[in-house]
Ligand binder design. Structure first.
Ligand code: 5GP
Length: 116
């Protein structure tokens, strides 16, 4: 089944895209849980979660993390939190692997982890 993120990648539904290259896309979460809340998403629809991605294409996972780091330098003070919800019980709702990049220019505290 086509995920909502594939529909964003294909420009079938709009999103506030902040970065894109041949392998990944990043856009603002529609329901932000932090002052900066981006989703960093491999364009490939082949991996449902980060465990599948790590096993199937570790170089793509490394590229996703490097992209998150570059985006954090642009959008936060450089520090960031990277969250991969994995499985329904952990709150995953979209089964097309994605990283939540969470941060703030003012910094984040442990208490601001919040519910994703
Ligand atoms: P998950 O719960 O799977 O870890 O994260 C899915 C995320 O995708 C949620 O934070 C949700 O707000 C976000 N999301 C779901 N649908 C859309 C959409 O159509 N556009 C954008 N920008 N974000 C979405």
């Amino acid at each position: 089944m086509t995920s909502v993120f594939t529909r964003i990648i294909e420009r079938e539904i709009p999103a506030d895209v902040v970065y894109e290259d041949e392998q990944v896309i990043a856009f603002r979460d529609i329901a932000p849980r932090a002052p900066v809340h981006l989703l960093v998403v491999p364009k490939s629809p082949d991996y449902a979660d980060v465990v599948e991605l790590a096993a199937g294409d570790p170089a793509l996972l490394a590229h996703l993390v490097a992209t998150a780091d570059a985006l954090a330098r642009e959008h936060t003070g450089g520090d960031f939190r990277l969250v991969f919800n994995t499985g329904e019980g952990a709150g995953q709702t979209v089964f097309h692997v994605h990283a939540h990049l969470l941060g703030s220019r003012a910094g984040m505290t442990e208490e601001s982890l919040g519910e994703l």
